[in-house]
Design a protein around this ligand. Structure first.
Ligand code: ZN
Length: 120
């Protein structure tokens, strides 16, 4: 079942849009928990792998199991698109300039994510 998406979320997840840098609600989120797909609720990223990349979007150096990668040559650039494996929702892109141990930087739109904080 799909969650209800706002117009902005729909634009990103279904029409491969990008939110403006430094505007996302999870950019500065330092709480512990899981980041789920805003559309289908699949678990995508953990706060354990979130880092401050200064690129303007929430960044992670590793993904959980529910993401898939796809070559993206739109806008005259060669990039790797990050998608939700369950619902094909567009999440962002992954780059090879991240920190150790993976060297990856998953650059993800806040609007594609739903944060689920650890309950303590
Ligand atoms: Zn999804």
């Amino acid at each position: 079942m799909e969650n209800k998406l706002t117009e902005e979320q729909y634009h990103i997840l279904r029409e491969k849009g990008t939110e403006l840098p430094f505007t996302g609600k999870y950019l500065q989120n330092k709480k512990k928990g899981k980041y789920m797909c805003a559309a289908c609720g699949a678990s995508l990223f953990s706060s354990e792998t979130k880092f401050d990349s200064h690129c303007g979007w929430p960044s992670f150096f590793a993904a959980e199991g529910n993401v898939k990668l796809k070559k993206d040559v739109s806008h005259g650039m060669k990039r790797i698109e990050v998608l939700c494996k369950k619902c094909d929702g567009h999440l962002g892109h992954v780059f090879d300039d991240g920190p150790k141990p993976t060297g990856k930087r998953f650059c993800i739109n806040s609007l594609s994510l739903e944060f689920n904080g650890d309950k303590k």
